[in-house]
Every structure is written in structure tokens, then in C-alpha cells.
Design a protein around this ligand. Structure first.
Ligand SMILES: [Zn+2]
Length: 266
């Protein structure tokens, strides 16, 4: 069905020509008019030729793309991620190293995010310092921000010091990423606040991704009852993914040493 954009007859323009009594587009050679009958009278109604139809669809898509990019930029501003984390993408990840499988899981988490969001399923990215957990979490955040999901990535320490209003707002976003679980001060107040954040997300049925330097065993067998209460919540909702290998900081340091060694020792 062709769209009618006016009842006025458009005069031929450019390379347009008349065929069978109708104006044809000189560019795409499809009619710019159709014939119809009203009260026994034959009238000509302008219609969109194929190329103007195509141009309209393109324009619409362009507007949609711009809107999408605007939204992604706005969501990025609200994500609390600094410049360093904003630049992390899966394409820049070392997928051949020790953590190939872990990165694959993180990528799959992004692919399956609609389901993860629906079922309130998160991840627990654990492993020693500098193995790429925070990087992987930031890759997930950036991939989802690009898809116009609302994501906030911050450290628990920041949230502990945050107001109730901030914690309440954390419940409205699609994915919350909390960096460095287990690094916070071990005070009753600290534990109370962490539990408040975890529990609020849990009750609002929204997923959380945690990163932690603690081994998985610590989560499973926490002796401190205040920790156990939090870790139970975490393990109930988050799939554990281990990151291992030599810390990239150590690797960088070693490379630096080797370079210096080559330069200085003859
Ligand atoms: Zn045309």
C-alpha cells in the first residue's frame, strides 16, 4: 500500500516523465501517482516512488540512530564510570590468555542479558589482584550501555558512604556493578550498608555483578556472621567466574625490567 502524502498533483520535476498517463520518477522509474475514481470521476493521487520511500526510511533510521546515541551518552554520564573504565571493550581484551573462558562467559552474559535481567542473575568475578576482573566488568558495562541499558559501576566503598537516596536510585537501574567486594572497612556500619545495598537489589529483583579479590571459599565459608549474610545473598544470585594468571601489573613490571635489562646490561 502506497502512502498518500497530498491530494495535490505533483508536477513532473527533474528527470520525471509521463508514462501511461502517470508521472514516473526519473531516478527509480516507479510511479509518483496512482489513478483512482471518486464519484465517477478519475483523479490522480500522488504516491511515494521507491526512491523517496527509501529516503524516508533512511531518514527515520538516522533519527533513530541519533536518538540511540544520545541515550547511550546520557546513560554513560550516569554510569559513574571514569574515562579509564569507559574505554574497556571486549575487542580490546586478551582472549587467548589464562582468562579466555572467563571473558567468553562475560561476553555471553551480555548476549543473554534480557534473560539475566528477567531472572535477576548476576556474576561474581573473583580472583587475585590485577587479573582483569574489573576490566571484564567494565567491558560488560560498556557493551550494555551501547545497547541503551542503564548500568552503574562503582565501588562498594563509594556506596557505603552514599546517601539512602543514592542507594534507592541504584535500584532503578538495569545492572549494578560493584567493584571490590570484601575490600571495605570491617565495621558494623560498613557491613550494614553493604547488606542494605545487596538486599535492596535483591528485593527489587535486579541483577548485580560483583568483583572481588577474595577466593570463592571465603564466600562459601564465611565465619563472620555479618559477612555470611551478605555472601549468601551474593552466591544465591551470582554465577562465580574465576580470573587467574599472572597479574597484568606484575607482567608490566617484568616487561619493564627486561627492557631496562637489555638497555643497560651489555
Ligand atoms: Zn524515485
Amino acid at each position: 500500500m502506497k502512502k498518500i502524502f497530498s491530494t495535490e498533483n505533483a508536477p513532473p520535476s527533474g528527470g520525471d516523465y509521463i508514462k501511461d498517463g502517470l508521472i514516473f520518477c526519473g531516478k527509480c522509474n516507479t510511479p509518483k501517482q496512482c489513478r483512482t475514481e471518486i464519484d465517477g470521476e478519475e483523479i490522480f493521487i500522488p504516491v511515494w516512488c521507491e526512491c523517496s520511500e527509501h529516503a524516508y526510511a533512511e531518514e527515520k533510521q538516522r533519527n533513530k540512530d541519533i536518538e540511540h546515541a544520545f541515550k547511550a551518552a546520557a546513560l554513560r554520564r550516569l554510569s559513574m564510570m571514569g574515562d579509564k573504565l569507559s574505554g574497556c571493550t571486549f575487542s580490546g581484551a586478551d582472549k587467548g590468555g589464562d582468562n579466555a573462558r572467563s571473558f567468553k562467559i562475560c561476553e555471553r552474559y551480555v548476549e543473554k542479558f534480557p534473560q539475566m535481567l528477567k531472572d535477576n542473575r548476576g556474576l561474581l568475578l573473583f580472583g587475585s589482584v590485577g587479573t582483569g576482573k574489573t576490566f571484564a566488568a567494565a567491558c560488560i558495562a560498556n557493551a550494555l550501555l551501547e545497547q541503551n541499558y542503564s548500568v552503574v559501576m562503582t565501588s562498594l566503598v563509594t556506596l557505603i558512604d552514599g546517601t539512602d537516596e543514592i542507594i534507592r536510585r541504584m535500584n532503578e537501574i538495569d545492572l549494578l556493578i560493584l567493584d571490590d567486594l570484601g575490600a571495605e572497612r570491617s565495621t558494623d556500619y560498613g557491613f550494614e550498608r553493604i547488606y542494605a545495598v545487596c538486599d535492596a537489589r535483591y528485593r527489587s529483583n535486579k541483577p548485580v555483578i560483583y568483583t572481588s579479590n577474595l577466593p570463592l571459599d571465603t564466600f562459601k565459608h564465611a565465619e563472620d556472621i555479618r559477612c555470611a549474610r551478605i555472601y549468601d545473598r551474593v552466591l544465591e544470585r551470582c554465577y562465580p567466574v574465576e580470573f587467574r594468571g599472572v597479574s597484568h601489573r606484575k607482567r608490566e613490571a617484568r616487561r619493564g625490567f627486561e627492557e631496562m635489562n637489555k638497555l643497560l646490561e651489555v
